[in-house]
Design a protein around this ligand. Structure first.
Ligand SMILES: [Ca+2]
Length: 181
């Protein structure tokens, strides 16, 4: 009887440990985790109408091959979220990473500082989604027009003056003509 009890008390923890090891193995094999490693704007500050390239590095930190979308968006001053370019769909093997570039045409954007967010859209079964988004900032400035060079300004005045004098001379000449005839 004691032998039986001893045997059971040894077998039960053994079976249980095998079971828990099995559970750990199953979850490890099914880990799905993608992440945004970096988001880099180039340049970080531009005048409106200029192009900003947003480079996003994404990584598959899980154990399975993944297919997912990567999107970049900014918050406008009105707090409305707008996408930059089109989302890019990629396939990454486990442990692999990839660099993607999104072109931001700033033509229809107002000046100001914008928070630009890159997001790797979570894959089915993904638990750690905190590393799926990363933010950066980009400053858009109003275009500064270069002042007119002094030489050009003087030349312009001279031309205008010549035209004015010539016009006046012609006017005077024409006015005098009828009095002569
Ligand atoms: Ca993740």
């Amino acid at each position: 009887m004691r032998k039986k009890l001893l045997l059971i008390s040894l077998i039960i923890p053994f079976i249980f440990s095998m079971f828990s090891v099995g559970i750990i193995k199953i979850t490890a094999a099914e880990t799905h985790d993608i992440a945004v490693l970096s988001v880099t704007p180039d340049p970080t500050s531009v005048e409106l109408n200029e192009l900003v390239n947003i480079t996003v590095v994404v990584e598959n930190q899980g154990m399975a091959r993944e297919r997912f979308d990567v999107t970049v968006y900014y918050n406008s001053t009105l707090n409305a979220t707008k996408t930059i370019g089109n989302p890019i769909t990629i396939i990454l093997e486990a442990g692999a990473n990839k660099s993607l570039t999104f072109a931001w045409n700033t033509t229809i954007v107002n000046p100001g500082m914008y928070v630009v967010t890159a997001e790797a859209i979570a894959v089915p079964g993904e638990i750690d989604i905190e590393d799926n988004t990363l933010e950066t900032t980009v400053t858009l400035k109003r275009a500064e027009y270069a002042p007119l060079p002094l030489e050009l300004f003087i030349a312009l005045i001279v031309v205008v003056a010549i035209i004015a004098v010539a016009t006046y001379a012609i006017y005077v000449k024409r006015r005098k003509k009828p009095t002569i005839t």
